[in-house]
Design a protein around this ligand. Structure first.
Ligand code: HEC
Length: 212
């Protein structure tokens, strides 16, 4: 119950931050209407229950909450320890942060890539197909659509992860990454494939598994 309320609070926050919404407009207005009626009745609790998020919306709010937590911690780690110092942070903390948010939402959360740094984050065949598609949509200047499917009685949703300028400190061309940071990356991830990116590229995807 508590986690559901939290999830809804997070998702409402997430709406405010969404620049390019890929949500179904119809569903969105439906939800706003339901919410308003319930709040008018003064039943906050009921309002929370009545907001029926679609699995795509729910997955998106989980992905965004996780991304926000990771991003905040990463920025803090860089400012406190520098880029090279922050590599350790990503190495040690990224998966636990992802896992703890997954627990709160009773979902499974993965961050995978076609050019993964951590061998545990390699995309599987279906994920690779989505990434390929996402790259094509981006190249065609389209909004990248999330994808939802049902698998073994669960919902599985994919959302793109794009690069910005900040990411290039650790994912840019080898000559853009400072020497100390590069050495740390190579030491921790001898099979690293995650260099050579520029801004606004598909760096990977969120894979969110939710109970059906
Ligand atoms: C301080 C260095 C650093 C910065 C800055 C950074 N990353 Fe990473 N990134 C890493 C490290 C190290 C890993 C491996 C984490 C692990 O072991 O799970 C990683 C892993 C990832 C992964 C998981 C897939 C994989 O390759 O293992 C994604 C996706 C990712 N980063 C995206 C981004 C994006 C997007 C940005 C910018 C918003 C960014 N990173 C900024 C260091 C960084």
């Amino acid at each position: 119950m508590k986690s559901k309320t939290l999830l809804i609070a997070l998702s409402l926050t997430a709406f405010a931050f969404m620049s390019k919404s890929c949500m179904n407009e119809e569903k969105k207005s439906e939800k706003t209407e339901k919410q308003t009626t319930a709040v008018e009745e003064g039943k906050q609790e009921k309002a929370a229950k009545e907001i029926e998020m679609t699995p795509l919306e729910k997955g998106k709010s989980i992905a965004q909450a996780t991304q926000a937590a990771l991003g905040k911690n990463l920025v803090q780690a860089i400012s406190e320890r520098g880029t090279a110092g922050a590599i350790e942070f990503c190495n040690i903390e990224a998966i636990p942060i992802t896992d703890s948010l997954a627990k709160i939402h009773r979902a499974r959360v993965k961050r995978v890539s076609d050019k993964n740094r951590n061998p545990d984050n390699a995309a599987n065949e279906a994920e690779l197909a989505y990434i390929e598609n996402a790259k094509n949509q981006l190249a065609a200047d389209q909004n990248i659509k999330p994808q939802l499917k049902e698998e073994d009685g669960k919902w599985v949703a994919y959302y793109p992860i794009l690069t910005n300028a900040m990411c290039l400190q650790c994912h840019g061309n080898a000559d853009q990454v400072n020497k100390e940071a590069l050495a740390k990356i190579q030491a921790h991830y001898p099979k690293d494939k995650a260099l050579g990116y520029s801004e606004n590229e598909v760096r990977g995807i969120w894979v969110i598994e939710m109970a059906n």
